[in-house]
Design a protein around this ligand. Sequence first.
Ligand SMILES: Nc1ncnc2c1ncn2[C@@H]1O[C@H](COP(=O)(O)OP(=O)(O)OP(=O)(O)O)[C@@H](O)[C@H]1O
Length: 252
Amino acid sequence: MTDAITLCNVQKSFGALQVISGVDLVIQSEERHALIGPNGAGKSTLFNIISGRTEPSQGSISLFGAPIQGLAPHRIARRGLSRSFQITHLFPKLTVQETLEAALLWPGGTHYAFWRTMRSLPRVRSDAREMAELLSLDAVIDVRVSELPYADQRALEIGVAVCGDAKVVLLDEPTAGMSHAETERMTDLIRRVTQGRTLIMVEHDMGVVFDLADRISVLAGGRIIATGTPSEIRGNAAVKEAYLGEAEGEAE
Ligand SMILES: Nc1ncnc2c1ncn2[C@@H]1O[C@H](COP(=O)(O)OP(=O)(O)OP(=O)(O)O)[C@@H](O)[C@H]1O
């Protein structure tokens, strides 16, 4: 199995505050990997480093063996790494169909080639319809983003992230603010749309994490204190002490 993401001695300081203190991590191709840890552990910072939004102070990051640190986020995206956008990044006036078509045209750079874009339109239309079905949004395909219920907007956001050629998908708290039923629907949806792709997600809902992830990394104080399968992580004494006892208690 090939490595999708490799982090080697990644460090990040904001002024005198060291937030990431030497992270080494290998995430394999087609693995679903969850990043968990207490508030302020550095999860979002690490996420931002992987997607190119934050430059590490030290260390290297590779995507399928090629170094990506220092590249702008859109260049990293062109190499097949996609990050979920918050709802505010969706265009409220576009319909579901139009949003997915735009997302399909964007990653391959087709927006730069007008004639190629025109020729590829019928294909893009049918691919967008297929994606809407996969997201269970086919019933609302002609509804504008601004009129969609919250859970449908989040589903669309994930659809946009995986459209096109995304081989590695980063999802930031995909079930935040959802009811139990919406969370279940979202978990199923994520499983479906990430089939055959690599998923890295930050998620506070331990039910979702243990249900979806093949492996979990626990971040505490800017370091990875454990990486393993859900059962390995559940049984890890250091993790229980640093985080899990508290987090699972909260979830009950
Ligand atoms: N741009 C910044 N400038 C200064 N400090 C920052 C910056 N971004 C993050 N931090 C600090 O880095 C630490 C880690 O923050 P981060 O958001 O990565 O943690 P987290 O694990 O994602 O937390 P949460 O679960 O609460 O979202 C915190 O102490 C935070 O205040």
